[in-house]
Write a protein of this length. Structure first.
Length: 530
């Protein structure tokens, strides 16, 4: 055995729920991720278990995803979405007739959508979390948590309580959905600041992950680079991201997902087909949207695309899995000659890369684990398993860092989004003051207002809004969501202070922004932990 491999899939979407609309575009972020990433990955896990193929995955599932997976309204909407895809794929089979170029892909999609629906109902019992629990109980995956609403923690640190609550609520949410406390955490955006490890330790967190420079710029420099974890001064383990295995998959020009045989993400029948024909399957306001039926392969840097061949793409994914395995073997042999212990290569990725952006990604992972299981030259392992085997590690102070562009905080604090932070800081200070003053509140309605204030603040703190403003992707929606939570918060505060509470408005917010239904505003009180 040459070394250890820790693959990490970070699963996250912001909390999006709009029951005031029959159709809402941004809800489809979740539906697409379920159909294209989460269920396909779970199907591959089941295939491996059924085939007696050993594997290990570390999966972070953020609290907003946990809540959305378990939401009855969103589940019903997802099933409607899936039925629409099945209907469209059947119409496509009829439309294409004996078209040799595109009929095979249409049949492939129809079979895939039907398999996904069957798996969702029969195996998952209408909740994706049941699959993750199943494989966790088999010891195949380790599930870790994240910040309560994936907030960029270093930029909340001006109010320490805001950071503490993000971690506390995340741990509580994990306990609610999995019946135990998490061993590890995926720091939102891998963003670290000095002192954060102490807060993690107070909430029972044993390990977290950093981008490579977060370890390499630490004090002192880690002896084994990123190929062994370190302990912080507070005794929390930090695992560093391996640049080499990341580049092989992530890199936009050299990474596997850019291979010309793979499915082209951007060519979709929602944009390609006649408007009147596709109208029932896109946004009701006539805006063309992705449907998930994509008939072309990447082909090259050209607008003229060739038909997608699922069989050829599947074969290419297997070839890339073998190449990745071979490269890790060489890497571990080289590192092993320089170290007094087997190296551990940590490869973190956004889960949505596998299936959503890189359609063949789940096939790649399946074949890779088959190769690992067959050859035994390296061992896939979880962080907890590794720390139990190697409890002695160097102690350093990691460097402030993130895995965003340029490696620090710029993506989440710049001229496009800096306006949000004065509101977030004011809201956190206000809520902490209210929580302290009304800690012993017994009036049920007033308690509910304080609880909803906490939800509105947590939702406003989501790092997704600042990120989308920077990338100018869904910029209007992200700014609107931020303003809505700020306005909701201020309206509730005014009503609370003047005792003019609009119960209808409160009930609507409790239904619409229903994240963390067990939330207690007292978590924001300084006396809460005493």
């Amino acid at each position: 055995m040459k070394g250890y491999w820790i693959p990490v899939l970070h699963s996250h979407l912001p909390f999006v729920k709009h029951p005031e609309y029959d159709y809402f575009l941004e809800e489809h972020w979740l539906f697409e991720a379920i159909s294209e990433t989460y269920i396909p990955l779970l199907i591959k896990m089941k295939d491996m278990v059924d085939g007696n193929i050993d594997f290990r995955l570390t999966v972070s599932i953020t609290p907003p995803l946990l809540e959305m997976f378990s939401d009855e309204y969103l589940t019903a909407q997802y099933l409607k979405h899936l039925d629409k895809l099945i209907e469209l794929s059947e119409k496509e089979i009829n439309r294409l007739g004996d078209d040799r170029d595109f009929l095979p892909a249409a049949c492939f999609y129809n079979n895939k959508f039907r398999e996904i629906k069957s798996f969702f109902i029969d195996f998952l019992n209408y909740n994706v979390l049941n699959g993750y629990r199943y494989f966790r109980d088999l010891g195949k995956i380790e599930i870790i948590t994240c910040g309560a609403t994936h907030s960029f923690l270093p930029l909340l640190g001006i109010n320490p309580r805001a950071v503490e609550v993000q971690i506390k609520v995340a741990v509580d949410s994990y306990n609610k959905h999995f019946g135990e406390s998490p061993e590890g955490i995926w720091l939102p955006e891998c963003a670290y600041f000095e002192g954060l490890d102490g807060i993690l330790g107070e909430h029972g967190i044993r390990f977290f992950f950093l981008d490579s420079h977060g370890l390499m710029n630490g004090r002192p420099t880690p002896k084994y680079s990123v190929y062994a974890p370190v302990y912080t001064m507070n005794g929390i383990a930090a695992f560093g991201r391996d640049p080499e295995s990341s580049k092989q998959v992530w890199d936009s020009s050299e990474g596997y997902p850019g291979d010309f045989n793979y499915r082209d993400f951007y060519r979709d029948v929602g944009f390609d087909l006649d408007f009147e024909y596709i109208k029932p399957y896109i946004s009701p306001d006539g805006i063309r949207t992705f449907t998930g039926l994509k008939y072309y392969r990447i082909t090259g840097s050209t607008d003229i695309k060739e038909p997608y061949d699922p069989v050829a793409a599947h074969k290419k994914a297997f070839e890339h899995a073998l190449h990745f395995h071979s490269e890790r073997k060489k890497q571990m042999e080289t590192l092993g000659a320089l170290m007094s212990r087997p190296p551990v290569v940590v490869s973190p990725y956004d889960a949505e890369l596998f299936g959503h952006w890189w359609f063949e990604g789940p096939d790649f992972l399946y074949r890779l684990f088959c190769e690992i299981d067959k050859n035994r030259v390296m061992k896939a392992i979880t962080p907890t398993e590794y720390l139990n085997l190697h409890p002695q590690n160097q102690v350093i102070s990691p460097s402030p860092s993130s895995w965003g562009y340029e490696g620090y905080y710029d993506v989440w604090l710049n001229s496009e989004n800096d306006w949000i932070y004065r509101h977030l800081h004011y809201m956190a200070d206000t809520l902490e003051d209210l929580a302290n003053k009304h800690y012993n509140e017994t009036d049920l309605i007033r308690e509910r207002v304080l609880d909803q204030l906490t939800r509105e603040l947590l939702l406003a703190q989501s790092s997704d809004w600042a990120f989308l403003m920077t990338t100018k992707t869904a910029m209007e929606y992200s700014a609107k969501r931020t303003r809505e939570h700020i306005l909701n918060f201020n309206k509730l505060v005014d009503a609370f202070r003047t005792n003019t509470i609009d119960t209808a408005f409160l009930e609507w917010l409790e239904y619409k922004n229903s994240i963390f239904d067990e939330l207690d505003f007292r978590v924001y009180a300084s006396k809460y932990d005493s």
